[in-house]
Design a protein around this ligand. Structure first.
Ligand code: PYC
Length: 325
């Protein structure tokens, strides 16, 4: 029986399952090639880890690999119920908290290689981590979409390690009681992006939708609802989504460099964020805390007809990870 060794954590309620052993050897391939190899040859391992019956639509997997760059601590490939992510902010906080739990790191700053670039993760201790993300930028401003059943909406396209369409939630409350309606709306927005051919750079699929509204707590700056590629919503404020938001705020001159932006998620968890300019783009830093929730060995029984995950159709189909600047 094959075994996959994992550690579970959550960052602001959003779970990360870090795979530390039991995956096929990817032979130190460059990360874009490693993702391609996983997708084309070993995708059943992704499904076994994050899909039912062992996982759920909400779970983000993180495959821990040897570093690509000599000065880095490790590499990581993030994945979910429908495919592979470019970067993951809550996941990188979870990764560092898990390595701290394992005694592999002490407070300090570490480079982590991801398929879309190297990020810098500063462990403060007790699972609190600041992630200096990849360069982020607004790609398109004030895009008008006709959304089936909802009418005209206007939003921005931005890169924060994944592609986001960001728009105001308007009169829709960003509350847990309203997540079904928010999900339906965000899915309709994503369909409209596809139907109207609105993409990220080089035709990249915009697979995350971020609805923005006012914060619920005094001293915080905004609240969001983020629809992830596989149909679940992010329980955390979404590190890459917060990076995309900062890129839009910076482009509009609405947030000064090094000023703190406190971003609430739809469940009320909070990331602190700030940026420094890098030419026309920004380098965002996202701070949050992760907690360990499990040390587990997944059993892959060849006699189990659902060994590699159930064949429940994902709610949205995956589109290939594009090569990013
Ligand atoms: O925190 O960047 C993030 C993220 C992406 C998808 C889910 N969480």
């Amino acid at each position: 029986m094959n075994k996959i060794h994992c550690l579970d954590s959550h960052t602001g309620g959003e779970p990360t399952r870090l795979v530390v052993g039991g995956f096929p050897d990817l032979g130190g391939l460059p990360l874009a090639d490693a993702v391609r190899c996983l997708r084309t040859q070993h995708d059943h391992y992704r499904r076994a880890v994050v899909c039912e019956p062992r996982g759920s639509d909400v779970l983000v997997g993180a495959l821990l690999l040897a570093p690509i760059h000599a000065q880095s601590l490790a590499s990581v490939i993030y994945f979910n119920n429908v495919g592979y992510l470019g970067m993951c902010g809550h996941g990188t906080i979870g990764l560092m908290a898990t390595l701290e739990h394992l005694g592999r790191v002490t407070p300090g700053s570490y480079a982590i290689d991801t398929p879309v670039g190297t990020v810098q993760a500063r462990l403060h201790g007790q699972g609190r981590v600041s992630v200096e993300n990849v360069r982020s930028y607004r790609h398109l401003a004030s895009v008008t979409l006709n959304v089936d059943g909802y009418g005209r909406v206007v939003g921005d396209v931005a890169w924060g390690g994944n592609w986001f369409f960001l728009l105001d939630a308007g009169s829709m409350p960003l509350t847990l009681a309203n997540v079904d309606a928010l999900t339906r709306f965000a899915q309709a927005v994503r369909q409209a992006l596809r139907a109207q051919g609105v993409t990220g750079r080089d035709g990249a699929e915009i697979d995350h939708i971020e609805l923005m509204g006012p914060a619920h707590v005094a001293g915080h700056d905004g609240r969001n609802f983020v629809l992830c590629p596989g149909g679940a919503f992010d329980r955390s404020p979404c590190g890459t989504g917060t990076s995309a938001k900062l890129a839009c705020l910076a482009a509009d001159g609405k947030l000064a460099k090094d000023a703190t932006w406190r971003q609430e998620s739809v469940i009320g968890s909070v990331f602190e964020a700030r940026f420094r300019p890098e030419g026309e783009q920004i380098i965002p830093t996202i701070t949050g805390q992760a907690f360990l929730s499990g040390e587990l060995t997944l059993l892959l029984d060849p006699a189990d007809p659902l060994c590699w995950g159930t064949n429940i159709e994902p709610r949205e189909t995956e589109h290939p990870l594009s090569d990013q600047p």
